[in-house]
Design a protein. Structure first.
Length: 565
């Protein structure tokens, strides 16, 4: 019985639990259904809100458009009202003037009167003919129609002119890009030919390049047609090449400045001095007799044999004031002589490279001008002898006027630089003479009659030979200089002690005077001569720039077509 009761209780408990589970499942299903219904209503509400937002945006856009239209209409009516007010003011002024004139002339007999007496109208007038409202409405409508037609016509003409102007600008830009592409392609061909014939181009002068560039059109081969990709590629290559050349020229200029600075510093000279003439380039300036002749660098002079001298006093060459050859004092062998010669060689190489690049640049400019001439001739032939474009003639004339003003400005600047260079040159020469005079005054016992005669002979020889290689500075050495004791000295070059003087015989002056302490005057002289050389080089560069500008002016005047009579 006990087990049966427990079993019944368990069944009752399980039944209640099953009922609870069933109830909970039913409630869950009800909640799920309610949630689904709520979610559906939420989605429907969201869709409705989105549609309302879209409609609201459309309504706002329509209202904004309507507002803009109404604002334009209001502006138009305001303008029309202002015009009517101006006309009203004008009519009012006219009526006031008329009233004043009527008051001024009170004699009514002077006014013309009609001689016809009409007792009735010729035609029957309508009843509403004298209504002022109809007349004003009709007049306003006529004015509105007339103004609308005038405004429409003006707008049409304005649009037409704008389109024509845009078309002209587009055609001009297209033509400019086409010409630039042709010029770039021609530059590529020229550079290829220059690379294959570099030796021949180095020998030619810039004037030979310019003469060769101005060959007749029949001798030049016709250019090959190029596509847009080839033109763009040529332009990119030309731009890259120009940038690389600019960077290389700047680096070479910096190297040249560093080398010149290192050479300009005074070097220590040893006891076993030997005169060495290193390679150097002559001053690059045109002579006064031929100002327009290009200066071609001469080959440096080198000495294969070296002559050893004992450390004695050597004279400094004195040039006249009107001499155009810049010479430098002699230098002697020292531990830094090899470095000086190497720096001189590097400077010469850099100068040669700069001259080569300059000649190539001049050749490129001449070739570009020749291409422009060929393009102008082809354009004239394609037009069939038609008169040239007036706008192009005006542009060329404006360019000629601008270049003429630039030429006058450069001539004034050249005259100023010439005068300043001459004054600077006179000052430097005076300072050189003063330094040399002070040098002679400080050591009068070191110069004798035969030495003076030898100096005069040396000066005459230097005048006649016109040395192209600048001489190195001279420094007078001292046997008691402690700075030179560290270098090895040849025993044969060590001077013997002086023998005692004999009272029975006269004193014979030694042909070689005893050494004296070094003086800084040769270094100053060298610096002054370098400054004079730099001033002359700058003057020559400005003269060359002026000549190039004059040549460009002549080319433009040659390209300018003659106006028909």
């Amino acid at each position: 019985m006990g087990h049966k009761d427990q079993r019944d209780d368990l069944k009752e408990t399980l039944r209640k639990r099953d009922e609870q589970i069933t109830c909970l499942e039913a409630r869950i299903d009800a909640y799920i259904a309610r949630t689904s219904e709520t979610q559906a209503r939420l989605l429907k509400t969201i869709d409705t809100v989105d549609s309302l937002k879209a409609q609201h945006v459309i309504d706002l856009a329509a209202k904004e458009h309507e507002r803009v239209t109404l604002s334009h209409e209001i502006d138009r009516w305001r303008t029309f009202a202002k015009v009517l007010e101006v006309e009203r003011d004008d009519l009012k002024d006219v009526v006031e003037d008329l009233i004043q004139k009527v008051h001024m002339s009170s004699d009514w007999s002077m006014w013309p009167c009609s001689r016809m007496d009409i007792t009735k109208h010729l035609h029957q007038l309508p009843e509403n003919h004298f209504k002022p409202s109809d007349t004003s409405c009709r007049d306003s409508e006529d004015i509105l129609e007339y103004s609308a037609s005038v405004i429409t016509r003006l707008r049409t003409e304005l649009d037409h002119e704008r389109k024509a102007h845009c078309k002209v600008v587009e055609e001009a830009n297209h033509r400019i890009s086409e010409l630039e592409a042709k010029v770039a392609a021609r530059e590529v061909v020229l550079e290829a030919s220059i690379r294959h014939h570099q030796k021949r181009d180095n020998i030619r002068s810039p004037l030979d390049h310019s003469r060769q560039a101005r060959t007749p059109e029949s001798e030049m081969p016709p250019p090959k047609p190029m596509t847009d990709e080839d033109c763009l590629r040529a332009l990119v290559d030309s731009n890259t090449r120009n940038k690389s050349l600019e960077i290389e020229i700047r680096s070479l200029a910096r190297k040249l400045e560093r080398a010149r600075d290192s050479v300009a510093s005074p070097a220590c000279i040893s006891a076993d001095a030997t005169p060495v003439v290193g390679p150097s380039s002559p001053p690059k300036f045109a002579s006064p007799d031929h100002p327009h002749q290009p200066v071609i660098p001469r080959k440096p002079l080198t000495t294969d044999t070296e002559t050893h001298f004992t450390p004695t006093l050597h004279t400094v060459s004195i040039l006249p004031a009107d001499s155009h050859v810049v010479t430098r004092p002699l230098s002697y062998n020292s531990p830094t002589a090899s470095s000086d010669s190497a720096s001189q060689r590097s400077i010469t190489q850099l100068d040669n490279q700069i001259n080569l690049y300059t000649s190539q640049l001049v050749a490129f400019k001449a070739e570009r001008k020749a291409l422009v001439e060929v393009a102008v001739r082809k354009h004239r032939l394609s037009n069939g002898g038609e008169p040239p474009d007036f706008l192009q003639i005006l542009v060329i004339e404006e360019e000629c006027v601008r270049l003429a003003s630039q030429v006058s400005h450069l001539e004034q600047e050249l005259q100023h630089s010439r005068s300043s260079a001459k004054s600077r040159e006179h000052e430097l020469l005076k300072e050189i003479d003063a330094l040399k005079l002070s040098l002679h005054q400080q050591s009068p016992n070191l110069y004798h009659a035969h030495d003076t005669q030898h100096l005069d002979d040396g000066i005459d020889i230097e005048k006649n030979m016109e040395l192209a290689t600048p001489l190195q500075p001279t420094a007078i050495l001292s046997w008691n200089d402690p700075g030179l004791t560290s270098f090895p000295v040849d025993p044969l070059l060590i001077p013997l002690p002086f023998s005692p003087e004999r009272k029975s015989s006269p004193i014979i002056p030694s042909p070689h005077p005893p050494p004296r302490p070094s003086s800084p005057h040769p270094v100053k002289l060298r610096r002054l001569e370098e400054g004079l050389e730099v001033a002359r080089a700058q003057l020559a560069a400005k003269q060359l720039a002026l000549d190039q500008l004059k040549f460009d002016m002549e080319e433009l005047e040659h390209l300018l077509p003659e106006e028909p009579p």
